[in-house]
Design a protein. Structure first.
Length: 186
């Protein structure tokens, strides 16, 4: 049915696939059918979803994952900052009995890798007067305060929206929330 040349070619292709998969640190699929696997080139260990994450040696601090629940931080003082503000535009002057003098919105917590946590937020001066806002933020780990911060802003003109960044603790401490509120004016 098949000529010898075709059989030799097919055998060469199959041998090539098997050799190349082993050369790239993978095991042939006959050994672990329908299961992804990886052969560690240094140890020869074959890793599959069944054995990844198992105990393979001593439990050293370098091998343990960070447990944010076990973080123990006792904040000693409130960090006081005077952040730079960037005027972003005008807003309607709407302060009155049902609208506060100023509002904070779109606060987002991010980390600057190997540096600090930060909250970027926007403040709207809804009033017809100049205000000197004070913002208080609590950088927290599951409700436990890691660092309280007080940000004293420069004067904000009437009907102005500004953007600013408030910096928190270093990123070697875990933070998952940073609620901020307007301490003054209210």
């Amino acid at each position: 049915m098949f000529d010898a040349g075709w059989r030799a070619g097919l055998a060469a292709v199959l041998l090539s696939v098997t050799v190349s998969s082993v050369a790239f640190g993978q095991t042939p699929t006959q050994q672990y059918p329908n299961q992804p696997s990886f052969r560690d080139p240094k140890t020869g260990q074959v890793w599959t979803p069944d054995n990844v994450g198992g105990s393979s040696g001593p439990n050293t601090p370098q091998d343990r994952a960070f447990n944010p629940q076990a973080q123990m931080v006792t904040p000693t003082n409130v960090a006081v900052q005077t952040p730079n503000v960037t005027p972003l535009g005008s807003i309607p002057i709407t302060a009155g009995p049902t609208v506060p003098i100023a509002t904070i919105d779109d606060a987002s917590l991010t980390a600057i890798p190997s540096q600090r946590w930060q909250v970027v937020l926007y403040l709207n001066n809804n009033s017809a007067g100049v205000i000197n806002p004070v913002i208080e933020c609590r950088f927290t780990n599951n409700g436990n305060t890691v660092l309280p911060v007080q940000a004293n802003l420069p004067p904000i003109n009437p009907g102005t929206r500004v953007g600013l960044t408030i910096y928190g603790p270093e990123t070697n401490l875990y933070v998952n929330q940073a609620p901020c509120s307007l301490a003054s004016p209210r």
